[in-house]
Write a protein that binds this ligand. Structure first.
Ligand SMILES: O=P(O)(O)OC[C@H]1O[C@H](OP(=O)(O)OP(=O)(O)O)[C@H](O)[C@@H]1O
Ligand SMILES: Nc1ncnc2[nH]cnc12
Length: 343
């Protein structure tokens, strides 16, 4: 059984590929105003995201794909309290609910006043009245797969440039202009690792750091792997090379991992695998285990995957292959390759 099909089995809902991946089961009596917030102060208890939790932002609103309306975490937690386990609800908030567009007037009002007590009790009613509307993108089973529909959507916004003397340097800055798409990317990764007992996510300087939301969604620490000379008290890999010229050295802080940690190494892209192998070396030096090397893009022809497996990673996963990356960036007449190596 593959990892993803194992995940499918453990999901709460049907194997219908058209069905939503993480949708909460349909609610009995939902939308009829039966639910109350309970006693004042209960809202906080309903939430497992406490005030001290770095994920907790009382003003953040997300769209619930069940009805297309937006809620704060407290409103959502209060609404579903007693109906679903908090862990399931947290996963739903992180993976399925999408950031809500702030309404101009509400955003301004919030800035000056903050939420009123009336607002927090009014929302379940608003939820009851909200008409279903498809506003957010829900992940289908196909979306989770390499080169699937979601991967294709993301690939379309990652153009390549002639850069650093490569014909095709993929500019992943393109996907960052599309927050919903990038959130979906991180949700795919989080979903993939949710049931594997992962204890830490490790990301590589610099573009690997973009994937901190995966660790946040999983509720595990994110550990920075940085190039030499950027943080104190480190251990260092040996020198390594990449697809383009120059030599780097990767570092981890002493004590960042403990023996037995099960980690995912995340990066935006695997080419020769030099970077990931440096990370694998560091994880092994800490007596921890690389469950998987996880990359948004895999340039398969460069066979980085084989290098990583040989170096000791249990698995390597890429979401987007070069088969679906084909957008050449339009180049201005005065374009020059201004790529320089940092070291
Ligand atoms: O598989 P490889 O051949 O090792 O190449 C992949 C690495 O190259 C890039 O990092 P790089 O350090 O060049 O740049 P960044 O600092 O912009 O992330 C990319 O983000 C990967 O980490
Ligand atoms: N072809 C490529 N595009 C973007 N980043 C890279 N890092 C290594 N090879 C790369």
């Amino acid at each position: 059984m593959t990892r993803s099909s194992k995940d499918e089995k453990q999901d709460r809902h049907s194997g219908d590929p058209k069905s939503s991946v993480n949708a909460l089961p349909k609610k009995e009596g939902a939308g009829r105003g039966k639910f109350t917030l309970g006693k004042a102060g209960d809202e906080r208890n309903a939430s497992s995201l406490s005030k001290d939790d770095p994920n907790y932002d009382p003003d953040e609103r997300r769209v619930d794909p069940e009805d297309g309306a937006s809620y704060t975490w407290d409103e959502l937690a209060a609404y579903y309290k007693g109906k679903f386990k908090m862990k399931a609800l947290e996963a739903y908030w992180n993976d399925e609910c999408t950031p809500a567009k702030p309404k101009k007037s509400r955003a301004k009002a919030k800035k000056s006043q903050g939420p009123t007590p009336e607002e927090s009790t009014a929302k379940p009613k608003a939820k009851a009245k909200a008409k279903p509307k498809v506003e957010s993108k829900r992940l289908s089973e196909e979306d989770l797969g390499t080169d699937g529909p979601l991967a294709k959507e993301i690939a379309k916004v990652i153009p390549y440039f002639p850069y650093k003397k490569l014909d095709r340097f993929y500019d992943i800055g393109g996907v960052l202009k599309h927050p919903k798409l990038f959130n979906a990317m991180c949700s795919v990764m989080a979903k993939r690792y949710r049931k594997l007992g992962v204890t830490k996510i490790l990301g590589f300087e610099a573009r690997g750091f973009l994937f901190t939301p995966v660790a946040i969604k999983l509720g595990v620490p994110f550990v920075m792997l940085r190039k030499a000379g950027k943080m104190p008290n480190t251990i260092s890999s040996g020198p390594y090379t990449k697809e383009y010229e120059g030599v780097d050295e990767m570092c981890i802080q002493k004590g960042a991992l403990v023996p037995g940690d099960k980690v995912i190494l995340i990066d935006d892209l695997i080419a020769t695998g030099g970077t990931l192998c440096a990370g694998i070396e560091l994880v092994k030096a800490c007596e921890a285990e690389v469950v998987e090397c996880s990359c948004m893009i895999e340039l398969k022809a460069l066979k980085g995957r084989d290098r990583c497996l040989k170096a000791g990673a249990k698995d390597v996963w890429g979401f987007i292959s070069e088969d679906i990356l084909g957008e050449a960036a339009p180049l201005p007449d005065d374009y020059v390759d201004d790529g320089k190596h940092s070291s």
